[in-house]
Design a protein around this ligand. Structure first.
Ligand SMILES: Nc1nc2c(ncn2[C@@H]2O[C@H](COP(=O)(O)OP(=O)(O)OP(=O)(O)O)[C@@H](O)[C@H]2O)c(=O)[nH]1
Ligand SMILES: [Mg+2]
Length: 363
């Protein structure tokens, strides 16, 4: 299962945001505790299409798609040099598939700020720089090893110029995710688990009193996000955590009171799913309706393999219909067949988000 690691400075509201997303009730406290083992929780990905399919089939079992969220300890300035929880922290970041970077904008006199004043742009840059330093250190290490070798292996000859390109990019204080890389270059870099190559969502934690447009310093961060193409989402951390913990039926009233149209929880999970470059396909029937996760660009045979390795091995054809077509034809396969919308596809057929798939196989 894919996982999103939540990073940020100490006391910026990481555990609060984790609780908004997962309802796991992790401890939230005004003083950084220096805890290293992260909180983890698996959450179902909200998807109205899945809910609709469940009501159409009324299956014995329903299994939505899921993603894991990991709440990490705060990253201190100098972590890449071992400050704070330094290396222990970074090793957790290396294991995440994507990052949610929480930035504090909330004012709260009871909660000290590790850099003394509220400044979202500076805080964001501080953490980004630590991540950049970590990747630079990995590259320097590897380059000096390569330099010490008498003879390079074939792969290593390509590796050196690529690492030098990455190094130059990082020296300009830019994350590797902003660098255009070919598929084979990405493959070469995979083993390094570069942290600035991971997709990142920036979540600004604002206080419920800060509903107006002018949260101090936030505009600067949003402007930079717009220029560089990263997404910045605002969350009312404390308040949305309180709301996430309410029973479903009380949430609507709470949201209406505050004029919120979509809970932060759903917005965040959906954004994380998009960020991870994930798509869902469905399998349906009276026994089970299930949403499965694939990376964008996956093929029919990958869908088969996600369900079971036997299905990939004995793959014959995939019967595919898109959710939207199915919905537009009264959930009737007969109608779809008449219109040619029920397709039989081979193993390399690309899967689209929302495809409903049945695999024909023989083992
Ligand atoms: N006023 C206000 N306080 C908040 C908000 N979000 C978090 N806090 C408070 O800030 C403190 C730290 O919150 P946490 O969620 O524990 O922060 P953290 O980043 O997980 O902290 P560490 O794990 O110790 O680095 C707690 O006392 C929270 O109640 C918010 O939106 N508004
Ligand atoms: Mg915490």
């Amino acid at each position: 299962m894919l996982s999103c690691g939540i990073v940020g400075l100490p006391l910026c509201g990481k555990s609060t945001v984790f609780n908004v997303i997962t309802r796991a009730g992790a401890e939230v406290k005004p003083y950084a505790g220096g805890k290293t083992d992260p909180n983890r929780a698996v959450v179902s990905v909200p998807d109205p299409r899945f809910d609709r399919l469940v009501s159409v089939y009324a299956p014995k079992k329903e299994t939505p798609a899921s993603v894991e969220f990991v709440d990490l300890a705060g990253l201190s300035r100098g972590a890449s040099q071992g400050a704070g929880l330094g290396n222990a922290f970074l090793s957790f970041v290396e294991n995440a598939d994507a990052l949610i970077h929480v930035v504090r904008a909330f004012e709260n006199g009871d909660v000290p700020h590790p850099l003394d004043a509220i400044d979202p742009l500076r805080d964001w840059q501080t953490v980004e720089m630590e991540l950049i330093f970590r990747d630079l250190a990995v590259i320097e290490n590897r380059l000096s090893r390569l330099a010490a070798k008498k003879k390079l292996q074939p792969g290593e000859e390509q590796e050196r110029p690529l690492l030098e390109t990455c190094q130059a990019h990082l020296m300009e204080e830019r994350p590797l995710r902003d660098l255009k890389l070919a598929e084979d270059e990405r493959a070469l870099l995979r083993g390094f688990a570069f942290v600035t190559l991971k997709p990142e969502l920036v979540v600004v934690n604002v206080d419920d009193s800060q509903t107006g447009p002018d949260v101090p310093g936030l505009a600067d961060l949003e402007k930079l996000g717009a220029e560089r193409g990263f997404e910045v989402i605002r969350v009312y951390g404390s308040m949305e955590m309180e709301m996430a913990e309410l029973p479903e039926e009380d949430q609507a009233a709470f949201m209406a009171d505050l004029a919120i149209d979509e809970p932060g929880r759903e917005r965040l999970i959906a954004a994380a799913y998009r960020l991870l470059g994930l798509i869902s396909f469905f399998t349906v029937g009276p026994d089970e309706v299930r949403a499965w996760t694939l990376r964008e660009g996956a093929r029919a045979v990958d869908a088969a393999g996600t369900i079971h390795s036997d299905l990939a091995r004995g793959f014959i054809r995939a019967e595919i219909v898109h959710y939207d077509d199915f919905a537009a034809h009264d959930w009737s396969k007969a109608k779809l067949r008449d219109k040619g919308l029920l397709r039989l596809e081979g193993r390399d057929c690309p899967v689209r988000d929302g495809d409903i798939i049945e695999i024909r196989f023989n083992v």
